[in-house]
Design a protein around this ligand. Structure first.
Ligand SMILES: [Zn+2]
Length: 336
């Protein structure tokens, strides 16, 4: 069995918003240059067909899917501020969704325990019939829906560690108890959703865990939330599949967030998720979301894949360590 499976359809590079848009095709080239230098973390590359229209329609409204396609086939255009569609965009977004579905299928079939989709455009801001934040189709939601509808999964856990709240994913699954959605994100920035008290609705009440963190949050905050809040809740949920909306814009070097993570922080969060998968028997599939500083992005993806494929157990963040770091950050106001 391969250490993991890697999906990145060439069509994902064909989405080009142009100009100085942050979601450049160069993101994928940077990731693959880095992966080539680290032996692809032992992952096996797999091809995948683009998602068929009916697979997209399991999450998105027909009108919305047709609108994205019509814009791509026409002269291109804009779905929202900074969310642009060009000639290659429908193909790229359908390829991303297809890759994530193929990943879910391969994991469900037992081909590997872990997998990574280096796909773009990102997806987690895409809702049923609208979008924002560079996203076209909600890749991770489409994969989760596929696992529930066609692959025998009864429960899917999604952890979104992008610095922005995964409002699209949350919206798609906010009223179901078949998906546990947990998001750690910086408070007070785009898209402005995901307060702590938004715990889901109706049958999904209690199945959304929104964890906004202040700007300048260190990795001990993020990792501690993963270890002490997210993972215990997910373990109780007993998922059949674990998906990660893996954005890398909480990296200290990323211009789109003000958090202070490093590549090693993503590795540690990935180790906690991998250990959760081992304890629950659920495979782990990650899907790229944001992350716009090329070197930090590439280094962090590589670190994530190595951690998912490795056997190093996660460290425990002791509460006194968190308190000490918080105290040093807050300064003398904390002193007693
Ligand atoms: Zn983001």
């Amino acid at each position: 069995m391969a250490a993991g499976l890697y999906f990145s359809p060439p069509a994902c590079a064909e989405h080009d918003p142009g100009g100085d848009h942050p979601d450049r095709p160069a993101r994928l080239a940077a990731i693959e240059a880095r992966l080539a230098a680290c032996g692809w973390a032992g992952f096996e590359r797999r091809d995948a067909p683009p998602a068929e229209r009916d697979v997209l329609l399991a999450v998105h409204a027909e009108d919305y899917v047709d609108r994205v396609r019509a814009l791509a086939e026409g002269n291109g255009g804009s779905l929202a501020e900074d969310t642009l569609v060009g000639p290659g965009s429908y193909g790229a977004a359908a390829a991303a969704a297809g890759a994530a579905c193929a990943m879910a299928e391969a994991l469900a079939a037992g081909d590997a325990r872990v997998a990574f989709c280096a796909t773009r455009p990102p997806g987690h801001h895409a809702r049923h019939d609208s979008t924002s934040g560079f996203c076209l189709f909600n890749t991770v939601a489409i994969a989760a829906r596929r696992a529930l509808d066609a692959l025998g999964a009864r429960r899917v856990f999604i952890l979104d560690w992008d610095v922005h709240h995964g409002d699209g994913t949350h919206d798609v699954f906010r009223a179901t108890d078949a998906v546990l959605f947990a998001s750690i994100h910086q408070a007070g920035i785009f898209p402005g959703t995901g307060p702590l008290h938004d715990v889901g609705a109706r049958a999904g009440a209690g199945f959304s865990i929104n964890l906004p963190v202040p700007k300048h949050s260190f990795d001990d905050t993020w990792i501690s939330l993963v270890e002490h809040i997210v993972v215990p809740a997910a373990e109780e949920f007993r998922p059949d599949l674990i998906l990660v909306s893996a954005g890398y814009d909480a990296h200290a070097g990323d211009p789109h967030g003000d958090c202070l993570l490093a590549a090693s922080s993503y590795a540690e969060m990935a180790r906690h998720v991998r250990a959760l998968g081992e304890r629950t028997g659920a495979p782990v599939g990650a899907v790229l979301e944001g992350g716009y500083a090329l070197e930090p992005l590439a280094e962090s993806v590589c670190a994530t894949m190595e951690a998912l494929a490795g056997d190093k157990p996660p460290d425990s963040i002791a509460p006194d360590h968190v308190t000490a770091r918080a105290a040093s950050h807050i300064g003398h106001h904390w002193s007693l």
